[in-house]
Write a protein that binds this ligand. Structure first.
Ligand SMILES: Nc1ncnc2c1ncn2[C@@H]1O[C@H](COP(=O)(O)OP(=O)(O)OP(=O)(O)O)[C@@H](O)[C@H]1O
Length: 336
């Protein structure tokens, strides 16, 4: 188990990249951290991987403190494996040799066995002889993951897999392959996995827990379902999916009670808003076709534009519709 306690990292110029972040990573579980650009995701990963020194706080793996780079000859920790955003494969050796390099201290028989196993698991067998520049982005990503997990720890020792934006350069089919691969690896080897991303779409479906990073602070940490349904702030709501954020003073337009504080914010997810004959009148502003459903923006007043989901295919911009929001589906946010 990896435990991060009160981690803080301040760069020159008083840039507080990571601020008092604490959490634990459990074996066989995936945690995702989502945050906008500059929220401190890469800096936090560098701290966890032992590649940057924390100003305060500490990281422990199975109870033993992980030293920062200033305390050791070679930065990093053998059981904490980082897959960087740009993969950092060795350019002049093949996919197979890149993976085998992580096993260079093992005898050849085991090395060949393990590399073949990983090639199969990561669907790289057919491209194993090619150089990194001769394979696709998805194949590079999977090579980097295979290399990171190649060297299994001894029995009873934890391994932690850290991934920086693992889905950002990949098309949809490759994102699904990597998502399934991570799921299998974590289950199979009982690794603890932390991935950081600015796009929660894939994280929602794969993570056991989801954290929201804002300006270096971990502002919410819960199951993906709870963060999605009960975000603490408008930022957490927007980082985890489509949301309509309204000021309470505009709720009466929707025939909903406005509460005591007119400036308070409420969050509505698209699936909580229904097209209904008996609802409040509005005008379709835009229709975004998503395949099995469409996202539709409906303007109810100058200040109230709702995003909802529908399987209807007859909606067009400018069309009049009625919408209904159940009072019990309103979620009151604690801030912006
Ligand atoms: N070496 C550095 N020196 C000074 N400031 C830095 C350094 N590295 C990062 N920062 C700053 O720390 C903050 C967090 O940066 P970080 O790269 O961790 O964010 P991020 O969430 O990973 O962003 P992105 O998604 O764009 O990669 C930013 O304000 C960034 O400008």
């Amino acid at each position: 188990m990896l435990t991060a306690t009160h981690l803080t990292k301040v760069f020159a110029g008083d840039v507080r990249a990571v601020r008092d972040v604490s959490f634990t990573l459990d074996p066989g579980r995936i945690m995702a951290l989502v945050g906008e650009s500059g929220s401190g995701k890469s800096t936090l990963l560098a701290l966890l991987a032992g590649q940057a020194d924390a100003d305060t706080g500490n990281i422990r793996l199975d109870g033993v403190r992980v030293p920062g780079p200033s305390e050791v000859l070679v930065a990093g920790h053998p059981q904490i494996r980082l897959v960087p955003q740009e993969y950092q494969l060795m350019p002049n050796i093949s996919v197979r040799e890149n993976i085998a390099y992580a096993l260079r201290y093992f005898e050849k028989g085991y090395r060949d066995f393990r590399v073949n196993e990983l090639l199969r698991l990561c669907r790289l067998t057919d491209v194993q002889g090619r150089l990194p520049r001769q394979v696709s982005g998805g194949e590079k990503q999977r090579t980097a993951i295979a290399r990171a997990v190649a060297n299994k720890p001894d029995d009873g020792q934890s391994t932690v897999l850290l991934l920086d934006e693992p889905f950002s350069h990949l098309d949809l089919p490759n994102r699904l392959i990597v998502r399934d691969l991570l799921f299998d690896l974590v289950q199979h080897d009982k690794m603890a996995c932390l991935l950081v991303t600015h796009d929660a779409t894939d994280a929602l479906s794969i993570a056991d827990s989801l954290g929201v990073l804002r300006q270096g602070k971990l502002i919410q940490l819960d199951t993906p379902a709870n963060v999605y349904r009960y975000p603490t702030t408008a930022y957490a709501a927007r980082m985890t999916g489509a949301a309509t954020i309204l000021k309470a003073k505009h709720l009466p337009v929707l025939n909903l009670p406005g509460g005591d504080n007119p400036e308070a914010l409420v969050c509505l997810r698209p699936e909580q808003i229904k097209l209904s004959e008996a609802g409040v009148g509005g005008t379709v502003r835009a229709v975004f076709f998503r395949g099995s459903y469409s996202e539709v923006d409906v303007e109810v007043s100058r200040y109230v534009c709702l995003r909802l989901l529908t399987t209807r295919t007859d909606l067009r911009a400018g069309q009049s519709v009625s919408v209904d929001v159940a009072a019990e589906s309103l979620w009151w946010l604690k801030g912006g």
